[in-house]
Design a protein around this ligand. Structure first.
Ligand SMILES: [Zn+2]
Length: 388
């Protein structure tokens, strides 16, 4: 009798997760790459946890075939128990404070998520220390789902290493999330010097989200040469992961971020799915009962359909692979030396500039993007640009 392949076994979305371990599963080898997987950083996004549990069962039967180390780490364990996105504050927005220490924000100290972040930090440090002086490549990924219906997609801070890690997957890729959302775990890991990509599998409670996550993880293990898939398995994983993204463009950039003060007062118009096209002037939501209109054309992204969270919605624009290619050529080029000659641009430190928008109007942001800078708006008139 033929054994069932993993995709044919439907996921069980009712497993009790109240005693989920910090390390869901791990396997260490002496050589080969290292893949670190985070799941459940948001406690109501359980597809990643279920996918890790399913996959680890299979991997446990084949540990002799693994040519690299794998760590599966659970995120906000207290919130997972309750089924909430978070308890006191978003665990995926506090990593600037983790870097700066609690002195930067003493209020944090009593929060559940502060405790969680310190435990996670310890796990991350242990893994990083173990591999710091070896030649082994270490990769991180973070598993999420969305409150809106969605196909799977990958998002990451726009560094060349992240682009390389993400480029092998057959789903839409969203670049430059770090310019809109600060204090994420991915940014923290990037700043440690490792590639880190986020995988969004689909809607929170869609069983397909579990299967897409499992397919993503199997593909990742395959592309890292930790556990090779046979051709039919490879094709099946790609099919499962990419359905139903159809013929969406490959790369997107966030062009607008609607920040929300209080999600309970934010009412997104029903029925939007990720990547639905919108036009400038479309009524998208009500915030404190005031209508919110689209400030620009584009594609709607991560519309908020839950009462927790600070991101009302984003608007995306497609970015051509050609432009990406050009920018990767220019990143380390001599042009970086001449940026301060541009009107309105001042060098303020090694690899960092301010841009006075009253003077520099045209294409300044594009030029800095092209050369691999992260561009953040400091106030009405000033941009701050850092080398990524
Ligand atoms: Zn999430």
């Amino acid at each position: 009798m033929q054994t069932k392949t993993f995709m044919e076994t439907p996921p069980d979305l009712h497993t009790d997760l109240s005693d989920i371990e910090r390390v869901i599963w791990s396997h260490e080898t002496d050589t080969g790459p290292v893949l670190v997987i985070f799941a459940g950083i948001h406690g109501n996004e359980l597809a990643g946890i279920y996918a890790c549990q399913r996959l680890s069962k299979k991997l446990s039967e084949n540990t002799d075939k693994l040519e690299g180390s794998v760590y599966m780490i659970s995120g906000n364990r207290e919130a997972i128990k309750m089924g909430y996105r978070y308890i006191n504050r978003d665990l995926n927005r506090i990593w600037n404070e983790v870097t700066e220490g609690v002195k930067a924000n003493p209020e944090l100290q009593d929060d559940i998520e502060w405790e969680e972040s310190l435990e996670l930090l310890q796990v991350i440090n242990t893994i990083v220390d173990k591999h710091k002086n070896t030649h082994r490549d270490v990769y991180f990924c973070d598993l999420h789902t969305t409150s809106a219906q969605s196909c799977a997609f990958i998002l990451f801070n726009d560094t060349l290493e992240n682009r390389r890690s993400a480029s092998v997957f057959p789903v839409p890729q969203i670049l430059g999330i770090e310019e809109s959302i600060h204090g994420t775990l991915l940014s923290f890991i990037n700043d440690l010097g490792y590639p880190a990509i986020g995988f969004e599998a689909g809607e929170h409670n869609d069983p397909q989200s579990v299967l897409r996550t499992e397919a993503f993880l199997r593909l990742y293990l395959h592309f890292l040469n930790i556990l090779k898939l046979k051709l039919p398995e490879l094709q099946r994983c790609e099919e499962v992961m990419s359905a139903p993204s159809g013929n969406l463009d490959e790369y997107y950039e966030i062009t607008y971020h609607h920040f929300v003060e209080d999600a309970r007062e934010f009412d997104m118009k029903k029925g939007y799915q990720n990547f639905d096209p919108i036009s400038k002037g479309d009524l998208l939501a009500y915030d404190h009962e005031k209508p919110v209109y689209a400030p620009t054309d584009g594609l709607i992204f991560m519309p908020l359909y839950q009462s927790k969270g600070r991101d009302g919605f984003f608007i995306l624009k497609g970015r051509s692979p050609f432009w990406l290619e050009v920018s990767s050529v220019f990143r380390d080029s001599f042009l970086n030396k001449y940026l301060h000659f541009l009107p309105g641009v001042d060098k303020v430190g090694h690899g960092s500039f301010t841009v006075d928008l009253r003077v520099a109007r045209f294409f300044v942001k594009e030029i800095f993007h092209l050369l691999g800078y992260r561009v953040i708006r400091k106030d009405e008139q000033t941009l701050v640009c850092y080398k990524r």
